[in-house]
Design a protein around this ligand. Structure first.
Ligand code: SAH
Ligand code: DHB
Ligand code: MG
Length: 219
């Protein structure tokens, strides 16, 4: 099966380029033991987020969709000592596991997990702008999350959205999925938004066929 090939290549890429990382492995193990779904970003994708944040020199990062804090750890590790990551999570059980994982990673002083529906917690974040926003929660609300990201960032900030391909469903004209509708509406909104320059790239790997959207907030 082609997915086995994708997983073998991911194993090769991660095994070659990514140093062993017991802290991240432990975060995934604790998340699995707590019954969280295995939908964190793949290690090579997590590292891509980490590198994007470092290339950008991000000091303040916002994540929507924490799960067990796996992508939060990758992103928070990119921050300077006085940096900050705020991550928004609806499910208190997920947030609790994430807090444990972040403490184990030594990042509890850098990362704040805020519990609640993101649309309820986002208004409390108006203030100092974020340099990078990672959207990875309920995709139905992605258009609203991009609008919030525009309010909470500044020119030069970066917005990344995960899971924008969903095994090709995003391009299926017969799709009735609200997730697909949310992703499409987000892309239409971004395309019509003069303050954003964006692209999207498909990915294959251990997490199947998916993709991410990358947008730059313009001046
Ligand atoms: N970013 C994580 C994966 C996130 S999975 C990683 O890669 O490691 C998506 C998460 O979004 C789940 O934990 C889910 O509970 C959360 N979520 C779903 N709807 C939400 C909402 N309305 N507000 C905040 N979080 C939400
Ligand atoms: C799902 C959500 C994600 O954020 C992800 O990376 C993969 C899958 C999901 O809801 O199925
Ligand atoms: Mg995701």
């Amino acid at each position: 099966m082609v997915d086995d090939l994708w997983t073998r290549v991911d194993d090769y890429l991660c095994g070659t380029l990514l140093p062993p990382d017991p802290v991240l492995d432990a975060a995934l193990a604790r998340s699995a033991a707590a019954g969280l779904p295995p939908i964190a970003v793949a290690p090579n994708q997590g590292r891509m987020l980490n590198l994007l944040a470092r290339i950008h020199g991000a000091r303040r990062i916002l994540e929507i969709g924490t799960l067990g804090g796996y992508s939060s750890i990758w992103l928070a590790r990119a921050l300077p000592p006085d940096g900050r990551l705020v991550t928004l999570e609806y499910d208190p059980r997920h947030a609790e596991v994430a807090r444990e994982n972040l403490a184990t990673a030594g990042l509890d002083g850098v990362v704040e997990v805020r519990v609640g529906a993101a649309l309820d917690t986002l208004p409390g974040l108006v203030g100092e702008p974020f340099d990078l926003v990672f959207l990875d929660a309920d995709k139905e609300n992605n258009p609203a999350y991009v609008q919030w990201a525009l309010r909470l960032t500044r020119p030069g900030s970066v917005i990344v959205a995960d899971n924008v391909v969903r095994a090709g469903a995003v391009a299926d004209p017969g799709s009735t999925s609200p997730v697909v509708a949310g992703i499409r509406a987000m892309h239409e909104m971004i395309a019509a938004e003069p303050r954003l320059a964006a692209t999207a790239v498909q990915t294959v790997g251990a997490k199947g066929h998916d993709g991410f959207t990358l947008a730059l907030v313009l001046g």
